[in-house]
Design a protein around this ligand. Structure first.
Ligand code: AMP
Length: 418
């Protein structure tokens, strides 16, 4: 038999981590729903063309796409991110604006798997379409920031930049092309290849030799229009008003090609690996139009769940929540008493579990211990005869007999006690 294992870059998320994942999404949902964002569930695959609109110089699209022809001959792709799908949904359904939505779920990128970088990875995020207001940029950034705080994270660093408007970006791109071309011999081979595709992305390189060249590169803020510049100043003022600390990083361009104006990234200073980016986002004012919709401004962010949880580990916050049952029923008679009692307890919102296959008292008590239940209910032949149940608060070394008819009241009393 072959040995079956998860495919590279994918993982099984088992308990207790799976409960932590769910709690992460719940905290996110309550943070953003409290700010008027509604849940959207886009499909996990779309026509490839939807994602091609993310830009042909975007690595996620050129190198990392999970695309295939389905049995009907359609060229589809697993989503590498969710902004394109949200914009496609906006064009398809034409909701009233501003349209504020949030999402959670897996994305797929054919990357080189390593710690903090997976081929299937989860993100949570928001998108707000139809408003150009710089106060919205600040709201979106503040929400991400609040979410990190809600998780308990303190070592989160916010970097901000503006990419100007579409024309500005091209002008800047041209200036960078000239600058990097004249310094090409000092760039790494990877960056020389990137330069040919998209000079902006060279700024993303973390490689040491490139860093020195990048340090002398022109800054985008000298190339942007007055309106884009005013927009950025207004965003900064709005963040100051909320006491949100940030650093302006003129070199921040971020991976996806469609960003315009405000762009931002959150990194964890608690993480030591190469992958300290735990989330990011920005404006993408041209994307809806590129997908066939009316000119519509948009802004959003996506936060990496996997990596943010690594940051939580590093800061020792946001532990997996308790998922243990309240009660464990031990039945040494025939198992049917446990069967019926569990049903009754669950019907009354008391979380209950039991052992199966009529195992010995000792084995069942071991299972009770392992289950994390706070009390065990024990039924032997004597209890059946007397219509009683033995109630044992776990770890107390005590136990006492209760009448079967008083079960719910006694269990509730015992659970409240602790
Ligand atoms: P992006 O969609 O590329 O802007 O990424 C937003 C966030 O998603 C990043 O800051 C990471 O935290 C996370 N992320 C992106 N790609 C991966 C990946 N391959 N594995 C794990 N997390 C990722």
């Amino acid at each position: 038999m072959p040995e079956f294992k998860t495919s590279p870059g994918t993982r099984d998320i088992l308990a207790p981590h799976s409960a932590r994942w769910r709690a992460f999404q719940q905290v996110f949902a309550s943070t953003v729903e409290a700010a008027g964002y509604n849940y959207i569930i886009p499909p996990m695959f779309e026509d490839l063309d939807v994602f091609l609109r993310l830009g042909e110089a975007t690595e996620v699209v050129t190198k990392e796409m999970y695309d295939f022809h389905d049995k009907g001959g359609r060229h589809v792709a697993l989503r590498p991110e969710q902004t394109a799908s949200v914009c496609r949904a906006f064009v398809e359904h034409r909701p009233t604006t501003p349209w504020k939505v949030w999402y959670a779920g897996p994305n797929f990128r054919y990357e080189k798997p390593q710690q903090g970088r997976y081929r299937q990875f989860d993100q949570v995020g928001v998108e707000a379409l139809g408003a150009d207001d710089p106060l919205l940029d600040a709201e979106v950034i503040a929400l991400a920031s609040k979410f990190y705080t809600d998780l308990g994270l303190q070592k989160v660093h916010l970097s901000l930049n503006t990419l100007g408007d579409a024309g500005d970006r091209e002008k800047y791109s041209q200036r960078l092309l000239e600058y990097f071309s004249s310094n090409e011999k000092d760039l790494t081979a990877d960056s020389r290849a990137t330069l040919a595709r998209n000079p902006l992305r060279v700024l993303d390189s973390k490689r040491e030799p490139d860093q020195q060249v990048i340090a002398g590169a022109p800054a985008i803020r000298d190339s942007i229009s007055a309106t884009a510049s005013e927009h950025f100043e207004a965003v900064l003022m709005a963040l100051d008003a909320l006491n949100i600390t940030y650093e302006i990083n003129n070199r921040l361009v971020r991976g996806l090609d469609y960003y315009r104006r405000t762009t931002f990234e959150f990194t964890s200073t608690a993480l030591e690996s190469a992958h300290t980016a735990i989330g990011g986002g920005g404006r993408y004012d041209g994307l809806v139009e590129a997908l066939g919709g009316p000119a519509t401004p948009g802004i959003g962010f996506a936060l990496g769940l996997d990596r943010t949880l690594l940051a939580c580990d590093a800061e020792k916050v946001f532990d997996a929540p308790e998922t243990a049952v309240d009660v464990f029923v031990v039945d040494t008679v025939d198992g049917r008493h446990a069967h019926e009692l569990c049903h009754l307890l669950r019907k009354n919102e008391i979380r209950a579990d039991r052992a199966y296959d009529l195992r010995s008292m000792k084995a069942q008590m071991k299972s009770a211990d392992r289950s994390g239940a706070r009390i065990a209910l024990i039924i032997g032949s004597e209890e059946v005869e007397n219509a009683t149940i033995m109630l044992r608060p776990m770890g107390s070394g005590e136990q006492y007999s209760i009448s079967r008819k008083d079960l719910l009241g006694e269990v509730r009393k015992a659970l409240d006690k602790k």
